[in-house]
Design a protein around this ligand. Structure first.
Ligand code: BT5
Length: 254
């Protein structure tokens, strides 16, 4: 692990707290892994860890997150909000909403939010959020990780990058700073579920479409019709409505 001088400038950062302490690395195994270690050692909320390259970037369920060197945002934020553990999905909701809004603000494109943790452009994956938490009933700390393809994306997973979609250069530091600015606003408003739900509803990739949700052995098919107050996806199945809290969604192509 090499600790290089910061090369990722947070252009336009206006936060009080988020990203004010920023550790940037040329190479790390995983920014989430590093941030979790820092959180466990007592680093305060707001600390940001970024890398140009990850040798063991992670998605959910120990999947891999791959990205060519220097081509993306790979960022993990330590957060310590007052939150019940059962409400921790709001952190993922806030991050996905903040970074969808940030891309719109900086690049003028509107990434759709694919429940439960992805941003999509043109039906291809642009970004993913990985939230990891520690606590009992109350949250002790959370690490919210974001991977977003800026100028390249691994072709084999059908991903898209922002420059490809926009047809012009984009400054990843500007996107990251804008996302942190917006995220801090959500945190200041106590991650208000109604506000987060409304951004998600506005930008939902799944609503109104026929979907299949796979959660371990569980497979649920139907029309995605709503998000409930906790961010669960409401699916109209043959046997009635179900609120689904976790899983991987795929859209049925017509
Ligand atoms: C996610 O998981 O989408 C969460 C990804 C979080 C990555 C960030 S990078 C900074 C921080 N540090 C980490 O170690 N992780 C976080 P999931 O929904 O499970 O999706 C994972 C799947 O996305 C993989 O199995 C691939 O199919 C696909 N994938 C991998 N790399 C990708 C990329 N660059 N762009 C789009 N899709 C990708």
């Amino acid at each position: 692990m090499s600790d290089q001088p910061a090369r990722l400038e947070l252009v336009g950062l206006t936060t009080r707290c988020l990203g004010r302490v920023h550790h940037h690395y040329q190479t790390l195994d995983s920014t989430n892994r590093a941030a979790k270690e820092m959180a466990a050692h007592g680093e305060p909320g707001g600390v940001l860890v970024t890398a140009d390259f990850q040798t063991a970037g992670r998605g959910r369920l120990d999947r891999r997150w791959e990205s060519p060197p220097g081509s993306s945002i790979m960022a993990s934020l330590i957060l310590r909000p007052e939150l019940n553990l059962r409400d921790s999905f709001r952190l993922t909701m806030a991050a996905a909403a903040a970074f969808s809004l940030a891309v719109e603000r900086v690049a003028g494109l509107v990434p759709l939010i694919k429940w439960p943790n992805d941003l999509y452009l043109n039906d291809r994956k642009l970004a993913g959020v990985l939230t990891e938490i520690k606590g009992r009933d109350r949250l002790d700390w959370a690490v919210v990780g974001l991977g977003m393809n800026i100028s390249a994306a691994p072709p084999e997973v059908g991903a898209i990058h922002l420059v490809e979609s926009l047809g012009a250069p984009v400054d990843r530091g500007e996107i990251l700073a804008a996302g942190l600015n917006i995220m801090e606003g959500f945190l200041d408003r106590n991650l208000a579920p109604a506000e987060l739900r409304s951004v998600w509803l506005d930008r939902s990739l799944l609503l109104g479409r026929e979907v299949t949700i796979i959660d371990g052995e569980d497979r649920i098919a139907g029309a995605a019709v709503d998000l409930d107050a906790d961010g669960a996806l409401v699916v109209e199945t043959e046997t009635g409505r179900r609120a689904i809290r976790a899983g991987d969604a795929s859209v049925l192509k017509k």
